[in-house]
Structure formats: C-alpha cells, structure tokens
Design a protein around this ligand. Structure first.
Ligand SMILES: O=C([O-])CC(=O)C(=O)O
Ligand SMILES: [Mg+2]
Length: 226
C-alpha cells in the first residue's frame, strides 16, 4: 500500500480501526450508581477496554461463555481528535473530534464477583465485542454534548432513556481529569457512563439504541461455541 492510501485509511471517522485506548467512566449518573447499590462517586471511576472490544453494526455481540448475566449499558462516547496530557478544562473541547453512541456490555455476574473479591473488572468489561459503536458523529453536529438524549430498547421494549445533562462529571471535566493520569491520543474513545435502566440480555435479543436526532444502531446477541 502506498503512503497516500495508508493515510486515507487513517480517518478519524473510522477511529475504531486505529487500535487506540477506550477509557470508560463508571457511576457517572447518580440513578445508575444507586440501582447497583454503589455510592455516588466524588471522583470519576475509571477502567479500560482494549480496541479488540469494538464491534460494528452487522456483527453480533457475543455472549461471554463464562457469564450468565450480560447487561447492556448505553453511553455517549467522546472521540479524541487532538492528544494531550494535563489538559485544562477550559481547553478540553478543543481535543474532541466528535462523538459515537456506544454500549458498555458488562458481564454483571463476573463484575459482582470481582467487586466482592476486590479484583479488577477486566473479564467483566473488556472481552471481545464488549464495545459496540455507532458511526462517528462530528462535533459540529452536537452543539450541546452536555444535553443529549440517549435510549436503548431490547426487542422493541424501552429499557434505558437518559440525558447527558444528568452526568455527575461533565465532558470537559472528564477529558481534563483523565489526561492528568493517562496521556490522551488522537483516536482514543472515552465512554462517559450509563444512565439507569441496565438489564440482562439473552441470546437472539435485538438491541436498538439511539441518540435523539443524530444516530441509531442495531445489534443482535449471539452465543458462540466455545
Ligand atoms: O459497571 C458499572 O456500573 C459502571 C459503569 O460502567 C457505568 O456506570 O457506566
Ligand atoms: Mg458503563
């Protein structure tokens, strides 16, 4: 492949192909923290998914063979367009290229066990297909990212409906906070946490999620022989 062809494939609108970090924020909506009986945090809770977690429409979400309680969590994803460390809140939005609708698929039974043993959440959160993503949404199309409505249906039944105005920590705050510990790079994705209404999905379920006026996406859940 020639250099120009290589460069043309490295387009931020296909950020999931870049192999960059997925940094997830947990418990960023008070009602969701409460539904799982967690304290409402005073500082962001962070964890990571690897880029192998990405899955795109047309491919299924695969049930982890070691879990019998896979949950959906619909979240707004923030795509980093300009890297940086120790980014002040006042400059944070200059580092954002756009957004994506994301699911933070979670093996809740595995997470509960990890929590009770004080172990990391990796197998609960970072398995293959644990991060379904929509198309890229350029930031110009989202004038108020702090006031965006997200929803998720399972087999046409509404399970989650929330608004980013209910986030405890705002997008500029999160970009700045994360960049104090982890250098942000172009193509990184920040998952900003889920509103209330998380629940279990089964084999053959159809998950449909959307951001009002911007994007919808559909995924099916499948089990693979292990
Ligand atoms: O597993 C959890 O509940 C933490 C999390 O990802 C979220 O709040 O979005
Ligand atoms: Mg989450």
């Amino acid at each position: 492949m020639g250099l120009s062809a290589q460069m043309s494939t490295r387009n931020i609108s296909r950020f999931w192909e870049w192999g960059r970090k997925i940094i997830c924020v947990g418990r960023n909506y008070a009602e969701h923290a409460k539904e799982l009986k967690n304290a409402v945090p005073t500082e962001p809770v962070l964890f990571l998914k690897p880029p192998s977690a990405y899955v795109r429409e047309g491919s299924p979400i695969v049930l982890p063979f070691y879990s019998s309680n896979l949950h959906h969590e619909v979240e707004l994803g923030v795509v980093i367009g300009k890297g940086g460390a120790a980014i002040p809140q006042s400059a944070a939005m200059e580092h954002v290229a756009g957004y994506a609708l994301c699911l933070d698929m979670t093996a809740r039974d595995v997470q509960d066990e990890c929590k009770s043993k004080g172990l990391p959440w990796t197998l609960a959160k970072a398995f293959d297909t644990s991060c379904p993503v929509s198309e890229f949404i350029p930031k110009e199309r989202v004038p108020e990212p702090g006031n965006v409505k997200l929803w998720l249906k399972v087999n046409s039944q509404l399970r989650q409906s929330g608004c980013t105005s209910d986030m405890i920590f705002s997008i500029p705050y999160l970009v700045s906070y994360i960049s104090d510990f982890i250098t942000l790079e172009e193509g990184d994705l920040i998952l900003t946490g889920t509103p209330k209404g998380v629940s279990a999905v089964q084999e053959q379920d159809e998950l449909q999620a959307g951001i009002d006026g911007l994007v919808t996406m559909t995924f099916t859940v499948e089990r693979k022989d292990h």
